[in-house]
Design a protein around this ligand. Structure first.
Ligand code: CAA
Length: 383
């Protein structure tokens, strides 16, 4: 399996890195401090083509590959994990199910403005009683005439309330488990659709996260995504791809912290020489670099499998699990290298340490990733 980046990938990386360094990095501290969504940055990301990286140009996308998309999330997250997840949730979760399961009309109406960056996308799956057990969805959609009437609510929804278009999962046939769940495209302005308060989070504070509240929301019948009862499979397939995005976010956060730690280790002098030349620090850096390289290989190979329409669910779960686990270790080590200075607000490593934590939790906890990986190895348990 070849997962080398090409010259085009590295040119694309350089373009995203230049944008991230000049536009995102200077404000990342304030966005985090003020818990503020970067509206202007997101519109510039749209103008740069980042909001539709892997989608065909005929639907407003940049027509690049999945690996380019992973690189874009990685490079944004290298300076700000919050901005990285805005892109990941928009591309992987808000847009992909419409790309993969939408009719041509749905793609033209909803995917194209998302891919052009004119609209922002989100994904409404998680509920108070349906987190890891996504099949426990309680939100309902009852068909009445030409509309499904949506009732219920979703929690922890990335990009809400900023997003315009939501892919929402609801029960259309009760009492038959996951096969009774359907997917819908819901517009922000549909009557009865409301939002809870923007959460005050530990990390990724530049991304917005809110509850979705559905109170008799009429969703036109033509906004059913796929067929009735296909929703759970759509959600699972979407998350297979989403995990490449979160893995890339984790990698980027860790890479940023590592890069800062290397610089600091070269500059900071103690006991008569830069601390990087003390074995306690140089060995840490060696371990950090090795973990980053392993994570990158896992992520890029999963991206390449997806690009070539080969099975990749196990590989994306491995990439997400590993990259997020090592992001915690690498950001912790980076902060340790900074010592007391790293513990101070305003230091990039302090923010990276907080931003990294969520990557082991969302889009499936790392415990759920192990369930997914094991199910690929062992299949279904005997009855
Ligand atoms: N692709 C397609 N179909 C799939 C699938 C996949 N990857 N995984 C499972 N399915 C199908 C199965 O084949 C099965 O189909 P049949 O009914 O035809 O047999 C059906 O779905 C049910 O499968 P399971 O019995 O395996 O389902 P389960 O109820 O045991 O759940 C699970 C499996 C892996 C634990 C799943 O519930 C899961 O992934 N949970 C985690 C949810 C999650 O990741 N939430 C994240 C929310 S989004 C988020 O975090 C976004 C953000 O903020 C950025």
């Amino acid at each position: 399996m070849n997962f080398q980046t090409t010259k085009q990938h590295e040119e694309f990386r350089a373009k995203v890195r230049a944008f991230a360094e000049s536009e995102v990095k200077p404000v990342a501290f304030l966005l985090d401090k003020e818990n503020r969504f970067p509206d202007e940055i997101v519109s510039k990301m749209g103008a740069l083509g980042l909001m539709g990286v892997p989608y065909p140009t005929e639907y407003g996308g940049a027509g690049l590959d999945v690996l380019s998309y992973a690189i874009a999330v990685e490079e944004l997250s290298r300076v700000d994990g919050g901005t990285g997840v805005i892109l990941s949730a928009h591309v992987s979760l808000g847009s992909w199910p419409i790309f993969a399961y939408g009719t041509d009309e749905q793609k033209r109406k909803y995917l194209a403005p998302l891919a052009r960056g004119e609209k922002i996308g989100a994904f409404g799956l998680t509920e108070p009683n349906a987190g890891s057990d996504a099949g426990g969805t309680e939100t309902t959609a009852v068909l009445k005439g030409d509309h499904y009437i949506l009732n219920g609510g979703k929690i922890f929804i990335t990009n809400a309330p900023k997003a315009d278009t939501y892919v929402v999962f609801a029960v259309t046939t009760p009492d038959i488990g996951t096969r009774g769940i359907s997917a819908f495209i819901v517009e922000k302005d549909f009557p009865g659709f409301d939002f809870g308060d923007h959460y005050d989070k530990m990390g990724i504070r530049s991304s917005s996260t809110a509850e979705l509240i559905f109170n008799n929301v009429p969703v036109p019948r033509e906004n059913l995504l796929g067929k009735e009862g296909e929703g759970f499979k759509i959600a699972m397939a979407t998350l297979d791809g989403g995990r490449i995005g979160i893995a890339s976010q984790a990698l980027g956060i860790a890479q940023g912290a590592y890069d800062s730690a290397v610089e600091y280790a070269k500059e900071r002098v103690q006991f008569g020489k830069p601390i990087g030349f003390q074995q306690s620090i140089s060995f840490k850096l060696a371990d950090m670099a090795t973990k980053l390289r392993c994570a990158r290989m896992l992520i890029y190979s999963a991206a390449e499998l997806k690009e070539h329409h080969e099975p990749y669910g196990m590989e994306s779960a491995m990439a997400k699990m590993y990259a997020s686990d090592i992001a915690l270790e690498v950001t912790n080590d980076a902060l340790q290298i900074y010592g007391g200075a790293g513990f101070m607000k305003g230091m990039d490593v302090e923010r990276a340490y907080r931003d990294a934590k969520i990557t082991t939790i969302y889009e499936g906890t790392n415990e759920i990733q192990r369930v997914v990986i094991a199910s690929h190895i062992l299949g279904k348990p005997p009855r």
